[in-house]
Design a binder for this molecule. Structure first.
Ligand SMILES: Cc1cc2nc3c(=O)[nH]c(=O)nc-3n(C[C@H](O)[C@H](O)[C@H](O)COP(=O)(O)OP(=O)(O)OC[C@H]3O[C@@H](n4cnc5c(N)ncnc54)[C@H](O)[C@@H]3O)c2cc1C
Length: 285
C-alpha cells in the first residue's frame, strides 16, 4: 500500500509530488495525458521568478523538475476512488491501487458531467475504450471525444461497435468513416432504465444506443469520489486543503478560483504537508 496517491499532474499535482518526495513519502501519482492546461497558455506573465514565459516552456520546466527528482506521473485516468477502512482504493484502467491518503489535483472540471453520466456509470457509461470496448462489440454506442488525443480510442471503438455516433467537443476533427456517424450537435443528456438506452442531443433528437463513452482527461469530482463534500462545482477545503473526508486533500483549480498556476502550486505544497501531518497523527507514518 502507498502512503499517498496524487490524482492530477498539473501544477498542483506536481507541487504535491515534489513535496511528498521531499517528505520521504511513498506515493503513486496519476495524470492523464492531454489534460494539462499550462502548455495551452500562450504567455505566462504572473509566475514569480520566471518573467515572461510561454506555457510550453513552463510545462517543459515542470516536467524537467519532476524528472530531476526521479518522479513521473502514471499516464492513467483514475475513474473511481472509494474510502474503505481508513484507506482509499483507486481504480485506474482496470487496476486497483491502495493508499492511506489521497490528494485530488484534478483541475477545474464540470461538477457532474453530462446529466445521466453519473447515474449510468458502469451501466452503459464508460470512460475507458480499452477497458470496456469489447462489451459493445456489434452494438450501438455514442462517443463524446474531448480532445484529438483520444481519437485513436474512438476509432478503436468504431471498429468494434455496429454503429458509433461520434461527437468531437473541439472545432476540427478529421475522424470519419469506418462505422462512425458524426452527430449533428452535442450530447445534452444520457437516458436509461436499468442501463443506458439513448442519448439526447442539444436540439432534442433522441438516438437509441447501448453505451456512451466519455473520452476525457478528467472525471468530475462528484463522480470520482461519491460523497465528497462540494462547494458548487469545486471541492470544499479548509486552509490545510483538507476535504470533508479524513485523509483526502485537494489542491489547485479543483478547489476554486482564482484559476492560477501560483495558487495551484501553493495549494499542492499545503496539501502535501497536511497529508504528512495526517499520516503522523493517525500513526500511519
Ligand atoms: C489558455 C490558458 C491560459 C492560462 N494562462 C494562465 C496564466 O497566464 N497564469 C496563470 O497563473 N494561470 C493561467 N492559466 C490557468 C492555469 O493553467 C491553471 O490555473 C493551472 O493549470 C491549474 O493547475 P491544476 O494542477 O489545478 O490543474 P490542471 O492544470 O488543470 O491539471 C489537472 C491535471 O489533472 C489531470 N486529471 C484530472 N482528473 C484526472 C483523473 N481522474 N485521473 C488522472 N488525471 C486526472 C488532468 O488531465 C490534468 O492534467 C491559464 C489556463 C489556460 C487554459
Amino acid at each position: 500500500m502507498f502512503d499517498a496517491a496524487i490524482v492530477g499532474a498539473g501544477p498542483a499535482g506536481l507541487s504535491a509530488a515534489i513535496n511528498l518526495k521531499q517528505l520521504g513519502k511513498d506515493f503513486i501519482w496519476f495524470g492523464s495525458a492531454g489534460g494539462g492546461k499550462v502548455a495551452k497558455s500562450e504567455l505566462i506573465a504572473n509566475y514569480p521568478g520566471l518573467g515572461l514565459v510561454s506555457g510550453g516552456e513552463m510545462d517543459r520546466r515542470f516536467a524537467g523538475h519532476a524528472a530531476a527528482l526521479g518522479i513521473a506521473p502514471e499516464d492513467k485516468l483514475v475513474t473511481g476512488i472509494m474510502p474503505l477502512d481508513g484507506k482509499y482504493m483507486l481504480l485506474a484502467e482496470n487496476q486497483v491501487y491502495e493508499a492511506r491518503a489521497v490528494i485530488l489535483a484534478t483541475g477545474a472540471v464540470a461538477a457532474k458531467g453530462l446529466p445521466g453520466e453519473q447515474e449510468y456509470l458502469g451501466r452503459g457509461v464508460s470512460y475507458c475504450a480499452t477497458c470496456d470496448g469489447f462489451l459493445y462489440r456489434g452494438k450501438r454506442i455514442a462517443v463524446l471525444c474531448a480532445s484529438p488525443c483520444y481519437e485513436h480510442e474512438a476509432a478503436y471503438l468504431a471498429q468494434l461497435a455496429e454503429e458509433t455516433f461520434f461527437w468531437p467537443a473541439y472545432p476540427a476533427s478529421a475522424l470519419a468513416g469506418g462505422g462512425l456517424t458524426r452527430l449533428s450537435g452535442p450530447i445534452a443528456r444520457i437516458l436509461g432504465q436499468d442501463k443506458v438506452t439513448a442519448i439526447v442531443l442539444a436540439d432534442g433528437t433522441e438516438i437509441a444506443v447501448d453505451g456512451v463513452f466519455c473520452l476525457r482527461s478528467a472525471v468530475a469530482p462528484a463522480v470520482l469520489l461519491p460523497g465528497l463534500p462540494m462547494d458548487g462545482p469545486h471541492i470544499a477545503v479548509d486552509r490545510q486543503c483538507r476535504t470533508g473526508l479524513a485523509g483526502c486533500f485537494a489542491a489547485g483549480d479543483c478547489t476554486g478560483r482564482p484559476y492560477q498556476i501560483a495558487k495551484a502550486v501553493g495549494e499542492g505544497n499545503v496539501a502535501a504537508h497536511a497529508l504528512a501531518e495526517y499520516l503522523a497523527d493517525a500513526g500511519k507514518a
